[in-house]
Design a protein around this ligand. Structure first.
Ligand code: ZN
Length: 537
């Protein structure tokens, strides 16, 4: 919360007919003078004293409602109306009328309403249109943050304690593979489910994609926890859940305070969740730490690939080249197509499908023909003995990196130069006499800032590219390894083949006219440091 300045973020004139009154009164407060009529009267009085009008449509009364949460009819309507822009200012008798919870109050005033309306309390120096009022609020906010954290810590330590002392149930949903143990707060392995968990991890580590594993589980009719079919989501979460190594996580997610304002995600990932290894008599691991870490590594490495290619699902697709293929005629990506009753799968142009034949008249191409040709081409490129492919590649690689380094150095120099320029102009501007005018200074400042941003952008992309190139880490030994795997290509698993092709090929262009007997051409574009190859069938 400390990133909130005292600036409200809202700067508007309160329209005389857009001031609202909110009143809340709960039955257990009868005696403390907060009665409805007193509150209402005071708010009306205050409103008039400001020269505003009482707008009957903007008086919100929650009778007999506690302030424990915001789930009150009039409060709900008030929040809707604020968002509609009907209200410039909300007047309350005391802050606790909004809510008894500091957290809720702060979320409401500082987040949800920040850009919509002010809040003024009749009885306290709480007026968010003034710096003083904002300071009070900021103070409140820091208390609210403390309260949030202590709630979190209380919950967390409570849960750990309950599990370790086995006094209470741990209060989490039992993950697939486990059920509640005989003693409260313990976990017990369900052996046939644990077998499936082990299988999923094994297949994943052996190179299968989540999609492929999900597909097979469903094909074999193995039920999930809910008795329904498996989803990719469930499997992705399982692969990433350290509970299978005996660890519990708390506080992975937190509520997003901004969600009401900007329609963002309701929950956010917390930066540093608390992870606790539990003893084996509480929770027995199903997966070894080593295997879990291997799965993590694979997940990370696939993310790198997926980031590069357009679709995140490519690795899971059962088609060897899906995602690498582009239509030469129109540049669209290709999709996989299977006619009903046909044994063959085809690659076809997405542009043709979506925009019609006038946009692209590319024809269907049998998947296995393309696959065969591509593999043959790749083999030819890497295995035709004498070419000094290695030399060519490493030279290009070095040149690329050197070029990027040079660019980076010169961009950094440019930044320094701009900073120096700015410092000089600023000094001139600050001179009592003979400096430059404020107007000139502002123009120059804007120019420099713009140029600085531009240079910064270039520098960033330069760094990114460098990172990408080095992380690709294509070196001689890898090329040799790749050549060797090409010689035993048919012995590799599908996933291995696919991973290799994705590593070395940037994209493949396909060209085919309509008509069953038309020939097609391919052009393979290898990753930047390799030559392209072109072939027809
Ligand atoms: Zn096309």
């Amino acid at each position: 919360m400390n990133n909130h300045s005292l600036d409200h973020g809202l700067s508007k004139v309160i329209m005389p007919n857009k001031a609202a009154i909110y009143v809340r009164w709960s039955t257990d407060e009868q005696t403390d003078g907060n009665t409805l009529s007193i509150q209402l009267g005071a708010c009306n009085h205050y409103l008039k004293s400001q020269g505003w009008q009482v707008n009957e449509n903007l008086v919100y009364i929650d009778e007999g409602c506690s302030g424990g949460n915001l789930d009150r009819p009039a409060m709900k309507k008030l929040r809707r109306d604020v968002k509609k822009g009907l209200i410039d200012c909300v007047i309350i008798w005391k802050i606790d009328r909004l809510s008894r919870s500091i957290v809720d109050t702060v979320d409401l005033v500082l987040n949800e309403w920040k850009y919509y309306c002010y809040v003024k309390s009749v009885n306290e120096p709480f007026d968010t249109s003034t710096p003083m009022g904002m300071m009070v609020l900021t103070l409140l906010a820091s208390f609210a943050q403390m309260e949030r954290e202590s709630i979190f810590l209380r919950t967390f330590s409570g849960r750990v304690k309950s599990i370790e002392e086995r006094g209470k149930s741990p209060g989490i949903r039992m993950p697939y593979g486990y059920k509640k143990g005989d003693e409260r707060g313990t976990f017990k392995i369900i052996e046939n489910e644990a077998e499936i968990v082990r299988r999923i991890f094994k297949e994943y580590i052996d190179g299968d994609g989540i999609y492929a594993i999900t597909y097979r589980l469903n094909e074999e009719g193995i039920p999930s926890r809910t008795g329904k079919s498996w989803s990719k989501d469930t499997l992705s979460k399982m692969i990433a859940n350290p509970i299978y190594t005996g660890k519990l996580i708390w506080g992975k997610m937190q509520n997003n305070p901004k969600r009401k304002m900007e329609g963002e995600k309701r929950r956010l990932h917390r930066d540093n969740p608390i992870i606790r290894q539990l003893s084996e008599d509480v929770l027995k691991p199903i997966i070894s730490k080593e295997d879990f870490e291997k799965a993590c590594e694979i997940r990370k490495s696939r993310n790198v690939f997926e980031h590069k290619k357009t679709s995140g699902r490519i690795f899971d697709s059962p088609n060897l080249l899906a995602g690498l293929l582009r239509c030469k005629k129109c540049g669209s990506s290709m999709y996989v197509y299977k006619r009903t009753n046909s044994v063959y799968t085809y690659y076809a142009c997405r542009g043709h499908r979506e925009k019609g034949v006038s946009f692209c008249d590319s024809g269907y191409i049998r998947e296995e023909d393309v696959n065969q040709l591509v593999v043959a081409e790749v083999k030819k490129t890497f295995l035709t003995g004498e070419t000094n492919l290695l030399e060519i590649i490493s030279e290009r690689y070095d040149t690329t990196l050197r070029g990027l380094q040079l660019a980076q150095t010169s961009l950094e120099a440019k930044l320094k130069q701009l900073d120096a320029e700015y410092a000089k102009v600023f000094k001139d501007y600050r001179k009592v006499d003979g400096g430059i005018s404020a107007e000139d200074f502002n123009v120059i400042k804007a120019d420099i800032t713009q140029e600085r941003n531009e240079v910064n952008r270039k520098l960033e992309s330069c760094k990114e590219e460098y990172e990408a190139q080095t992380s690709k880490g294509i070196d001689a030994s890898e090329i040799i390894a790749f050549s060797q795997s090409l010689t035993i290509w048919d012995e590799l698993t599908f996933s291995e083949q696919k991973r290799l092709l994705y590593k070395w090929i940037d994209r493949i262009e396909l060209n085919k006219n309509k008509g069953r007997f038309e020939k097609f051409q391919i052009k393979i574009r290898f990753q930047s440091m390799l030559e392209d190859t072109e072939e027809a069938i």
